[in-house]
Ligand binder design. Structure first.
Ligand code: PGA
Length: 236
């Protein structure tokens, strides 16, 4: 199966002009570009090869939910993928496994491909709790999916590896991929995320078990992200 690369821009860049320039520089097949909500439409206009993704969505379709954005609204803008349960949302905004589970189920119903993010903190890692934590995130996160899991993608993102410049060891990632598929009860594609750069991408993407990468920092440079996509293409 083709490897999938997700560009998670997070709260970047500052302006629509910069977002358009970055989209243009990142427009390659096999990439999903996830800009901040206000730039979705302008970024979409610049993409002819890459797909459009979002960084979150709410589980209700409409109503009194100030500040929220629905999956149907995203779908209407041409969004195909949505990152859900990112650790920055779990940590900064108190997103729980139960909230993430609702979002995952609704995304699938709407026709969006959810990217369920899971991963342990440094403390949990050091205490030998990574397996337990990730298992729980998978089991609850996928508990509301009604049909099979063919529309689900998971991203294993150890929190201590995100934005630190210290990626996971690919052997450990492969072990976690197997654990995730066991916990899910299906061979869902599992991406790796956490300090992926052009220089270390091959160590992850060359592994058959790893389905692609979720890239934060390096996705803010067109040159870096297109290089990562080119590496992924060698291992289709
Ligand atoms: P990073 O972010 O590549 O900057 O470590 C990954 C992520 O949070 O998805």
């Amino acid at each position: 199966m083709a490897k999938l690369i997700i560009a998670n821009w997070k709260l970047n860049p500052a302006t629509a002009g910069e977002a358009k320039a970055l989209a243009k520089a990142s427009d390659v097949d096999g990439l999903v570009v996830c800009p901040p909500f206000p730039f979705l439409e302008e970024v979409k206009d610049k993409l002819t090869h890459a797909a459009l993704g979002a960084q979150d969505m709410f589980w209700e379709e409409s109503g009194a939910y100030t500040g929220e954005v629905s999956g149907a609204q995203l779908y209407g803008l041409g969004v195909t993928h949505v990152i859900l349960g990112h650790s920055e949302r779990r940590q900064n905004l108190g997103e729980t496994d139960e909230m993430v589970a609702k979002k995952i189920a609704v995304a699938i119903e709407i026709g969006l491909t959810p990217i369920l993010c899971v991963g342990e903190t440094k403390e949990e890692h050091d205490a030998g709790q990574a397996v337990e934590v990730v298992k729980r995130e998978i089991q609850i996160g996928l508990s509301k999916v009604k049909n099979d899991l063919s529309e689900v993608t998971v991203a294993y993102e150890p929190i201590w590896a995100i934005g630190t410049g210290i990626p996971d060891n690919p052997d450990n990632t492969v072990t976690m991929v197997q654990l995730i598929q066991e916990a899910a009860g299906a061979k869902v594609p599992v991406l790796y995320g956490g300090s992926v750069k052009p220089g270390n991408a091959e160590a992850f993407l060359s592994r058959a078990e790893i389905g692609g990468a979720l890239v934060g920092g390096a996705s803010l440079r067109g040159e870096d992200i297109t290089q990562i996509v080119a590496i992924a293409k060698k291992y289709r």
